[in-house]
Design a protein. Sequence first.
Length: 289
Amino acid sequence: MLVVPGPRSPLLSERLARALGCNVAKVEHKLFPDGEVYVRVHDDLRGQEVALVQTTWPNDSLVALLLLQDAVRRLGPKRVHVVLPYAAYARQDRAFHDGEPISAEATLKLVAEQADSITTVDLHRPASLGVVKLPTRNVSAVPAIADHFRALPPGVVLAPDKNALDRAEQAAKLLGADVDFLIKKRVAPDVVEMQPRTLDVASKRVLIVDDIISTGGTMVTASQVLKRQGATAVSAACTHGLFAPGALDRLHTAGLEQTVATDTIEGPASAVTVASVAAEALRHHVAVR
Ligand code: R5P
């Protein structure tokens, strides 16, 4: 196998290649003066199983992936296994109003056109992969996140809403902690309210686990509620750290003990890697004939 690194996922590509014991191809990437994307793969891919790794956020990264898929195909690989560490548009997983697209499905279908398999990590709604008629795997970053918190384990793991409870339950089980959930209501794109709910967090260290942190609004409000109820320290963990401008500062000012994300989106908070779970999924795809 050979890993072809997308320009948005260079670090994870290196780590994935290390986990798989294979090489990383050389990829050139630049923007034309008018903002269009240019990519070129400088390796011979003939007959190889290729893992093409690219997070598709922001928008240019999706274009870069589509162009890389075309470039890779022209180099005659045996199969192309696309790894989408963070699959953008996953939260628009249904048409909430008439006239809206199902963006999660529209983007996955595009990627599937030039792939032999797709691997995602903590996809917002794993059922979105049902639209793809290829082998797919959605792997979980929660065990790797839980490992990170073993050194300073929480007494309680919380989900910011009921939909995120599975993830929190998995982390709580791995850390031997209690589990509970908040009830969140988004009142503006960056403002979240929590419905009153008494939680057993007094004098406890709390970890909130979500799939995505974007504006930080969810984590900031959750942390305020928990501190008011006597939590001694609150940390926030997510798989995909989108961190909209100002979000990391906002989280820091809110007094969170730690804000941790994985390398599905590479940035300053990426303290956890998903390389080993992604490698496991790729080994599975390659074994399937
Ligand atoms: C929402 O459905 C997601 O699971 C996250 O809870 C959300 O994206 C977090 O956004 P923010 O950081 O802006 O509150």
